[in-house]
Ligand binder design. Sequence first.
Ligand SMILES: Nc1ncnc2c1ncn2[C@@H]1O[C@H](COP(=O)(O)OP(=O)(O)OP(=O)(O)O)[C@@H](O)[C@H]1O
Ligand SMILES: [Mg+2]
Length: 229
Amino acid sequence: MAINKDNERKALHCAYTAGTGGGKSVAVQYSGHMPAAPCLAIFDPYGDYVYEKGNPKNRGFAGKRVYHYYDRKSFAKAFFNAWSTGLCFRIAYMPRKPSRDEMLWFCELMWHAADGNRRLDVVIEEVAKWCDTSSKEQSAFGECMTGGRKFGLVMHTSFQRATEVPKTVLSQSPYKIIGIQEARADAERMAKECDISLDEIAKLVPLTYIKKCPGWGNVEALDLRSVFD
Ligand SMILES: Nc1ncnc2c1ncn2[C@@H]1O[C@H](COP(=O)(O)OP(=O)(O)OP(=O)(O)O)[C@@H](O)[C@H]1O
Ligand SMILES: [Mg+2]
């Protein structure tokens, strides 16, 4: 059970949305929304954050090593070991057969570990795949999104289509990073949600984004095209 509730903690959750190749995983790493020395747990079903020394394609998390685990037991053990040291870490769960059930198990573990005295960053990749509703998400994942703030959780959710994710994800994420949109319906959803024009979204190219920050009309441009130069 989450401990040390602190109502003063600000909601820092961030949603990242773009069509495939639009740069969601790049934005998770380089948009400046992650602490330099994080306590970071990633639900990484497709191995987007695999680290392989000397391989520029497998750069881990922003060039830092990520430890991947493939079954529940070894991930849970490694995660609690890392979390109990009080030091920074980057660790990922990559289940052999990714499913909603695996994602919810991961979220339950995060909820269990959450401690209002410390920040724990949690990345959930491709959220739409693990959710079967576009309305309220009533689950351990929903609990992390709605109640997590007070217990130090910072949820980073990535998805390709905004129309396919629970509304809880958008409503509970005060930060939203919007990249290229494949479908008009998704662009409209984000335009409405962030009070920006469809034209602004239509102009985006891969690795360029509009970043919505808390507050009415508070948007800025973000360009990560030179991140790998
Ligand atoms: N290690 C890398 N080296 C060079 N370029 C990269 C690297 N990783 C990503 N890119 C560039 O960034 C683009 C966006 O990649 P990214 O993985 O962030 O997309 P994504 O939105 O997460 O896609 P998906 O939905 O398929 O996971 C890629 O098309 C590629 O051009
Ligand atoms: Mg990705």
